[in-house]
Ligand binder design. Structure first.
Ligand SMILES: Nc1ncnc2c1ncn2[C@@H]1O[C@H](COP(=O)(O)OP(=O)(O)OP(=O)(O)O)[C@@H](O)[C@H]1O
Ligand SMILES: [Mg+2]
Length: 354
Protein backbone atom coordinates (compact mmCIF):
# COMPACT_ATOMS: atom_id res chain seq x y z
CA UNK A 1 0.00 0.00 0.00
CA UNK A 2 1.07 3.63 -0.26
CA UNK A 3 0.13 7.08 1.08
CA UNK A 4 1.35 10.34 -0.39
CA UNK A 5 0.87 13.86 0.95
CA UNK A 6 1.14 15.87 -2.28
CA UNK A 7 4.49 14.87 -3.77
CA UNK A 8 5.76 13.58 -0.40
CA UNK A 9 5.69 9.81 0.00
CA UNK A 10 4.89 9.29 3.68
CA UNK A 11 4.36 5.57 3.04
CA UNK A 12 5.91 4.27 -0.15
CA UNK A 13 4.87 1.06 -1.91
CA UNK A 14 5.08 -1.58 0.78
CA UNK A 15 3.55 -4.95 1.30
CA UNK A 16 3.64 -7.28 4.29
CA UNK A 17 1.82 -10.01 6.18
CA UNK A 18 1.35 -10.36 9.90
CA UNK A 19 0.72 -13.89 11.23
CA UNK A 20 -2.42 -14.27 13.33
CA UNK A 21 -1.69 -14.14 17.05
CA UNK A 22 1.83 -12.82 16.61
CA UNK A 23 3.58 -9.72 17.94
CA UNK A 24 4.73 -7.64 14.98
CA UNK A 25 6.64 -4.39 15.45
CA UNK A 26 7.33 -1.53 13.11
CA UNK A 27 10.58 0.11 14.10
CA UNK A 28 11.84 3.32 12.57
CA UNK A 29 13.03 6.86 13.25
CA UNK A 30 10.68 9.80 13.80
CA UNK A 31 8.87 10.86 10.63
CA UNK A 32 9.47 7.62 8.69
CA UNK A 33 5.72 6.99 8.26
CA UNK A 34 4.86 4.63 11.13
CA UNK A 35 1.73 6.42 12.38
CA UNK A 36 0.53 7.00 8.81
CA UNK A 37 0.79 3.26 8.15
CA UNK A 38 -1.07 2.38 11.35
CA UNK A 39 -3.84 4.88 10.61
CA UNK A 40 -4.38 3.21 7.25
CA UNK A 41 -4.71 -0.20 8.92
CA UNK A 42 -7.16 1.27 11.44
CA UNK A 43 -9.15 2.94 8.66
CA UNK A 44 -8.64 6.59 9.72
CA UNK A 45 -6.77 7.20 6.47
CA UNK A 46 -7.33 5.51 3.14
CA UNK A 47 -4.36 4.33 1.11
CA UNK A 48 -3.76 5.96 -2.29
CA UNK A 49 -2.90 2.54 -3.64
CA UNK A 50 -3.19 -1.04 -2.47
CA UNK A 51 -5.46 -2.74 0.02
CA UNK A 52 -5.50 -4.08 3.54
CA UNK A 53 -6.92 -7.45 4.53
CA UNK A 54 -7.67 -8.43 8.09
CA UNK A 55 -8.49 -12.08 8.76
CA UNK A 56 -8.73 -12.54 4.98
CA UNK A 57 -11.34 -9.79 4.52
CA UNK A 58 -10.64 -6.75 2.35
CA UNK A 59 -10.98 -3.52 4.36
CA UNK A 60 -11.48 -1.16 1.42
CA UNK A 61 -14.41 1.11 2.24
CA UNK A 62 -14.91 -0.39 5.73
CA UNK A 63 -15.09 2.44 8.32
CA UNK A 64 -12.82 2.26 11.41
CA UNK A 65 -15.61 1.29 13.83
CA UNK A 66 -16.54 -1.70 11.69
CA UNK A 67 -13.02 -3.10 11.42
CA UNK A 68 -12.00 -5.89 13.84
CA UNK A 69 -9.30 -3.53 15.02
CA UNK A 70 -8.54 -1.28 17.93
CA UNK A 71 -5.86 1.32 18.36
CA UNK A 72 -3.90 2.48 21.41
CA UNK A 73 -2.70 5.95 20.54
CA UNK A 74 0.73 7.57 20.69
CA UNK A 75 -0.69 10.16 23.09
CA UNK A 76 -2.99 8.68 25.69
CA UNK A 77 -6.61 9.33 24.96
CA UNK A 78 -8.40 8.43 28.20
CA UNK A 79 -11.47 10.42 29.20
CA UNK A 80 -10.28 12.45 32.20
CA UNK A 81 -13.79 13.13 33.49
CA UNK A 82 -14.74 9.45 33.64
CA UNK A 83 -13.59 6.92 36.22
CA UNK A 84 -11.52 3.87 35.28
CA UNK A 85 -14.51 1.55 34.93
CA UNK A 86 -16.34 3.90 32.57
CA UNK A 87 -13.21 4.41 30.50
CA UNK A 88 -12.74 0.67 30.06
CA UNK A 89 -16.45 0.07 29.44
CA UNK A 90 -16.89 2.97 27.01
CA UNK A 91 -16.63 0.96 23.79
CA UNK A 92 -18.92 -1.77 25.08
CA UNK A 93 -21.54 0.82 26.07
CA UNK A 94 -21.35 2.33 22.59
CA UNK A 95 -21.97 -1.10 21.13
CA UNK A 96 -25.12 -1.37 23.20
CA UNK A 97 -23.89 -4.17 25.48
CA UNK A 98 -26.15 -4.64 28.55
CA UNK A 99 -25.06 -2.82 31.74
CA UNK A 100 -24.58 -6.02 33.76
CA UNK A 101 -22.38 -7.56 31.07
CA UNK A 102 -20.29 -4.40 30.83
CA UNK A 103 -19.72 -4.43 34.57
CA UNK A 104 -18.62 -8.06 34.52
CA UNK A 105 -16.34 -7.75 31.48
CA UNK A 106 -14.75 -4.54 32.78
CA UNK A 107 -14.09 -6.24 36.13
CA UNK A 108 -12.47 -9.23 34.44
CA UNK A 109 -10.38 -7.07 32.17
CA UNK A 110 -9.10 -4.88 35.03
CA UNK A 111 -8.02 -8.04 36.84
CA UNK A 112 -6.07 -9.18 33.82
CA UNK A 113 -4.14 -5.92 33.63
CA UNK A 114 -3.43 -6.04 37.39
CA UNK A 115 -5.88 -3.23 38.24
CA UNK A 116 -8.50 -5.33 40.03
CA UNK A 117 -11.01 -3.18 41.89
CA UNK A 118 -9.85 0.11 40.37
CA UNK A 119 -13.23 0.77 38.66
CA UNK A 120 -14.14 3.82 40.76
CA UNK A 121 -10.73 5.50 40.72
CA UNK A 122 -10.43 8.77 38.86
CA UNK A 123 -8.07 8.67 35.89
CA UNK A 124 -6.04 11.59 37.26
CA UNK A 125 -5.31 9.56 40.41
CA UNK A 126 -3.41 6.94 38.41
CA UNK A 127 0.30 6.70 37.68
CA UNK A 128 1.52 6.79 34.07
CA UNK A 129 1.85 3.02 33.93
CA UNK A 130 -1.61 2.48 35.39
CA UNK A 131 -3.13 4.88 32.85
CA UNK A 132 -1.40 2.96 30.11
CA UNK A 133 -2.86 -0.29 31.37
CA UNK A 134 -6.33 1.31 31.43
CA UNK A 135 -5.83 2.40 27.81
CA UNK A 136 -4.82 -1.13 26.82
CA UNK A 137 -7.68 -2.68 28.82
CA UNK A 138 -10.12 -0.34 27.10
CA UNK A 139 -8.97 -1.69 23.73
CA UNK A 140 -8.67 -5.36 24.67
CA UNK A 141 -12.12 -5.52 26.27
CA UNK A 142 -13.57 -5.10 22.78
CA UNK A 143 -11.79 -8.33 21.76
CA UNK A 144 -10.28 -7.00 18.54
CA UNK A 145 -8.70 -9.46 16.09
CA UNK A 146 -5.92 -6.95 15.72
CA UNK A 147 -4.62 -4.41 18.22
CA UNK A 148 -2.61 -1.49 16.89
CA UNK A 149 -0.33 0.22 19.39
CA UNK A 150 1.36 3.50 18.48
CA UNK A 151 4.36 4.01 20.81
CA UNK A 152 2.20 3.21 23.85
CA UNK A 153 5.15 3.42 26.25
CA UNK A 154 6.60 6.63 24.82
CA UNK A 155 5.36 8.85 27.63
CA UNK A 156 6.64 6.66 30.48
CA UNK A 157 9.94 6.88 32.31
CA UNK A 158 12.63 4.30 31.63
CA UNK A 159 12.02 2.07 34.64
CA UNK A 160 8.28 1.92 34.04
CA UNK A 161 8.86 1.28 30.35
CA UNK A 162 11.02 -1.73 31.17
CA UNK A 163 8.30 -3.06 33.45
CA UNK A 164 5.44 -2.40 31.00
CA UNK A 165 7.42 -4.09 28.22
CA UNK A 166 7.27 -7.36 30.13
CA UNK A 167 3.59 -6.86 31.00
CA UNK A 168 2.64 -6.09 27.40
CA UNK A 169 4.33 -9.21 26.12
CA UNK A 170 2.59 -11.33 28.77
CA UNK A 171 -0.79 -9.73 27.93
CA UNK A 172 -0.34 -10.38 24.24
CA UNK A 173 0.58 -14.01 24.87
CA UNK A 174 -2.34 -14.50 27.27
CA UNK A 175 -4.94 -12.99 24.91
CA UNK A 176 -3.51 -14.39 21.68
CA UNK A 177 -4.49 -11.10 20.01
CA UNK A 178 -2.40 -10.04 17.01
CA UNK A 179 -0.39 -6.95 17.99
CA UNK A 180 1.06 -4.46 15.53
CA UNK A 181 3.29 -2.30 17.64
CA UNK A 182 5.02 0.90 16.64
CA UNK A 183 8.19 2.10 18.27
CA UNK A 184 11.35 4.01 17.51
CA UNK A 185 13.10 2.18 20.37
CA UNK A 186 15.07 -0.73 18.97
CA UNK A 187 15.46 -2.49 22.30
CA UNK A 188 11.68 -2.44 22.79
CA UNK A 189 11.14 -3.93 19.33
CA UNK A 190 13.72 -6.67 19.83
CA UNK A 191 12.47 -7.72 23.26
CA UNK A 192 8.77 -7.75 22.43
CA UNK A 193 8.41 -9.04 18.91
CA UNK A 194 8.09 -12.24 16.96
CA UNK A 195 8.85 -10.21 13.82
CA UNK A 196 10.07 -6.68 13.29
CA UNK A 197 9.87 -4.47 10.21
CA UNK A 198 12.57 -1.80 10.12
CA UNK A 199 11.08 1.25 8.39
CA UNK A 200 12.93 4.19 6.86
CA UNK A 201 11.61 6.94 4.56
CA UNK A 202 8.24 5.25 4.07
CA UNK A 203 9.70 1.86 3.15
CA UNK A 204 10.50 -1.38 4.94
CA UNK A 205 14.25 -1.95 4.81
CA UNK A 206 14.00 -5.44 6.29
CA UNK A 207 11.42 -7.66 7.95
CA UNK A 208 12.66 -10.48 10.16
CA UNK A 209 12.96 -11.97 13.59
CA UNK A 210 14.89 -9.92 16.16
CA UNK A 211 17.84 -12.33 15.73
CA UNK A 212 17.84 -11.96 11.94
CA UNK A 213 17.85 -8.17 12.17
CA UNK A 214 20.60 -8.17 14.75
CA UNK A 215 22.93 -10.79 13.27
CA UNK A 216 22.05 -10.64 9.58
CA UNK A 217 21.20 -7.03 8.74
CA UNK A 218 20.53 -6.70 5.02
CA UNK A 219 21.15 -2.95 4.68
CA UNK A 220 23.53 -0.43 6.28
CA UNK A 221 20.53 1.38 7.76
CA UNK A 222 19.40 -1.74 9.63
CA UNK A 223 22.96 -2.45 10.82
CA UNK A 224 23.23 1.09 12.15
CA UNK A 225 19.73 1.38 13.63
CA UNK A 226 19.32 -1.98 15.35
CA UNK A 227 21.67 -2.38 18.29
CA UNK A 228 24.95 -0.59 18.90
CA UNK A 229 27.47 -0.84 16.09
CA UNK A 230 30.82 0.63 15.11
CA UNK A 231 30.54 1.95 11.55
CA UNK A 232 33.60 2.19 9.34
CA UNK A 233 33.33 3.79 5.91
CA UNK A 234 35.98 2.96 3.36
CA UNK A 235 36.84 1.22 0.11
CA UNK A 236 36.90 -2.52 -0.62
CA UNK A 237 40.61 -3.04 -1.29
CA UNK A 238 40.61 -6.83 -1.44
CA UNK A 239 38.02 -9.55 -1.78
CA UNK A 240 38.56 -13.18 -0.91
CA UNK A 241 35.35 -15.17 -1.24
CA UNK A 242 32.94 -13.44 1.13
CA UNK A 243 35.67 -11.70 3.06
CA UNK A 244 36.27 -8.08 2.17
CA UNK A 245 39.22 -5.99 3.27
CA UNK A 246 37.99 -2.48 4.03
CA UNK A 247 40.44 0.42 4.00
CA UNK A 248 39.26 3.74 5.45
CA UNK A 249 40.46 7.19 4.43
CA UNK A 250 42.35 7.35 7.74
CA UNK A 251 44.23 4.15 6.90
CA UNK A 252 42.36 1.64 9.05
CA UNK A 253 42.40 -1.80 7.38
CA UNK A 254 39.83 -4.32 8.64
CA UNK A 255 38.29 -7.56 7.36
CA UNK A 256 34.51 -8.12 7.26
CA UNK A 257 31.93 -10.45 5.71
CA UNK A 258 30.20 -9.12 2.56
CA UNK A 259 26.40 -8.83 2.55
CA UNK A 260 25.17 -8.59 -1.03
CA UNK A 261 27.42 -7.76 -3.95
CA UNK A 262 30.72 -6.07 -3.10
CA UNK A 263 33.41 -5.57 -5.76
CA UNK A 264 37.02 -4.35 -5.46
CA UNK A 265 37.14 -0.54 -5.48
CA UNK A 266 33.55 -0.15 -4.20
CA UNK A 267 32.79 2.40 -1.53
CA UNK A 268 31.66 0.30 1.45
CA UNK A 269 30.43 0.52 5.02
CA UNK A 270 31.53 -2.06 7.56
CA UNK A 271 29.97 -2.67 10.98
CA UNK A 272 31.55 -4.25 14.06
CA UNK A 273 29.37 -4.78 17.13
CA UNK A 274 30.86 -3.84 20.50
CA UNK A 275 30.35 -7.32 21.94
CA UNK A 276 31.91 -9.07 18.95
CA UNK A 277 35.32 -7.51 19.56
CA UNK A 278 37.74 -9.12 21.98
CA UNK A 279 40.01 -7.15 24.21
CA UNK A 280 43.49 -8.34 25.22
CA UNK A 281 46.42 -6.87 27.10
CA UNK A 282 48.72 -8.93 24.92
CA UNK A 283 48.24 -9.10 21.13
CA UNK A 284 49.63 -12.66 21.12
CA UNK A 285 46.40 -13.86 22.78
CA UNK A 286 44.43 -12.65 19.77
CA UNK A 287 46.89 -13.96 17.20
CA UNK A 288 46.88 -17.39 18.89
CA UNK A 289 43.08 -17.35 18.52
CA UNK A 290 43.52 -16.64 14.79
CA UNK A 291 42.05 -13.13 15.03
CA UNK A 292 43.36 -9.96 13.42
CA UNK A 293 44.86 -7.72 16.06
CA UNK A 294 44.87 -3.94 16.42
CA UNK A 295 46.82 -1.86 18.86
CA UNK A 296 44.78 0.85 20.58
CA UNK A 297 44.76 3.43 23.36
CA UNK A 298 42.05 3.50 26.00
CA UNK A 299 40.20 6.81 25.44
CA UNK A 300 37.25 6.44 27.87
CA UNK A 301 35.79 3.92 30.22
CA UNK A 302 31.99 3.79 30.18
CA UNK A 303 30.85 1.94 33.28
CA UNK A 304 27.23 0.82 33.04
CA UNK A 305 27.10 -2.48 34.90
CA UNK A 306 26.34 -5.27 32.46
CA UNK A 307 26.67 -2.92 29.45
CA UNK A 308 30.04 -1.45 30.38
CA UNK A 309 32.18 -0.47 27.43
CA UNK A 310 35.47 1.10 26.58
CA UNK A 311 36.25 3.56 23.80
CA UNK A 312 39.49 2.57 22.07
CA UNK A 313 41.46 4.72 19.63
CA UNK A 314 43.13 2.49 17.07
CA UNK A 315 46.82 3.43 17.04
CA UNK A 316 47.47 3.68 13.32
CA UNK A 317 44.32 5.44 12.04
CA UNK A 318 42.90 7.14 15.13
CA UNK A 319 39.54 5.42 14.53
CA UNK A 320 37.51 5.14 17.73
CA UNK A 321 35.82 1.81 18.51
CA UNK A 322 33.27 1.12 21.21
CA UNK A 323 34.06 -2.28 22.67
CA UNK A 324 32.22 -4.19 25.37
CA UNK A 325 34.16 -4.54 28.59
CA UNK A 326 34.30 -8.19 29.66
CA UNK A 327 32.59 -8.94 32.97
CA UNK A 328 35.60 -10.89 34.21
CA UNK A 329 37.90 -9.05 36.57
CA UNK A 330 40.80 -9.16 34.11
CA UNK A 331 40.14 -5.62 32.87
CA UNK A 332 38.81 -4.13 36.11
CA UNK A 333 41.95 -2.01 36.49
CA UNK A 334 42.05 -0.78 32.89
CA UNK A 335 43.01 2.88 32.85
CA UNK A 336 42.71 5.74 30.42
CA UNK A 337 45.80 6.15 28.25
CA UNK A 338 46.80 2.50 28.54
CA UNK A 339 47.71 0.60 25.36
CA UNK A 340 45.77 -2.61 24.70
CA UNK A 341 44.94 -4.85 21.74
CA UNK A 342 41.61 -5.77 20.27
CA UNK A 343 40.46 -8.05 17.48
CA UNK A 344 37.33 -9.69 16.12
CA UNK A 345 36.19 -12.59 14.00
CA UNK A 346 35.79 -11.15 10.45
CA UNK A 347 32.77 -13.48 9.97
CA UNK A 348 30.96 -11.54 12.67
CA UNK A 349 31.55 -8.10 11.14
CA UNK A 350 29.43 -7.17 8.13
CA UNK A 351 30.15 -5.04 5.06
CA UNK A 352 27.86 -3.45 2.44
CA UNK A 353 28.53 -1.60 -0.77
CA UNK A 354 27.34 1.95 0.00
N1 LIG B 1 -1.52 15.33 7.17
C1 LIG B 1 -0.27 15.41 6.72
N2 LIG B 1 0.06 16.24 5.70
C2 LIG B 1 1.32 16.29 5.24
N3 LIG B 1 2.36 15.57 5.72
C3 LIG B 1 2.10 14.73 6.74
C4 LIG B 1 0.77 14.62 7.30
N4 LIG B 1 0.84 13.70 8.30
C5 LIG B 1 2.12 13.28 8.36
N5 LIG B 1 2.87 13.91 7.43
C6 LIG B 1 4.32 13.67 7.18
O1 LIG B 1 4.49 12.31 6.85
C7 LIG B 1 5.66 11.79 7.44
C8 LIG B 1 5.33 10.58 8.27
O2 LIG B 1 4.57 10.95 9.39
P1 LIG B 1 4.19 9.91 10.52
O3 LIG B 1 3.35 10.61 11.53
O4 LIG B 1 3.61 8.70 9.88
O5 LIG B 1 5.63 9.57 11.12
P2 LIG B 1 6.04 8.63 12.35
O6 LIG B 1 6.96 7.62 11.79
O7 LIG B 1 4.82 8.16 13.06
O8 LIG B 1 6.89 9.62 13.28
P3 LIG B 1 6.96 9.73 14.90
O9 LIG B 1 7.90 8.62 15.34
O10 LIG B 1 7.58 11.07 15.11
O11 LIG B 1 5.59 9.61 15.46
C9 LIG B 1 6.27 12.92 8.27
O12 LIG B 1 7.33 13.47 7.54
C10 LIG B 1 5.13 13.89 8.45
O13 LIG B 1 5.62 15.20 8.53
MG1 LIG C 1 4.06 8.52 14.99
Amino acid sequence: MAKHYGAFRAVDELSFNVARGSFFSILGPSGCGKTTLLRMIAGFLSPDAGDIRIGGKAMHGVPPNQRPVNMVFQHLALFPMMNVGDNVGYGLARRGVAKGDIKRRVGEMLERVSLAGAQDKRVDQLSGGQKQRVAIARSLVLEPTLLLLDEPLGALDLKLREHMKIELKALQAAFGTTFVYITHDQSEALVLSDHVAVMNHGRFEQVGTPQQLYYEPQTPFVAGFVGANNRIAGVATRIDGLEVTVTSAEGLVIPARAIGQVSPGDAVEAFVRPEVARLARDAAVLMDAGLPSFSARVDSLLFDGANSAVLLREAHSGTVFRIALPQTGEFADLSIGETVAFGFDPQRAVCFAS
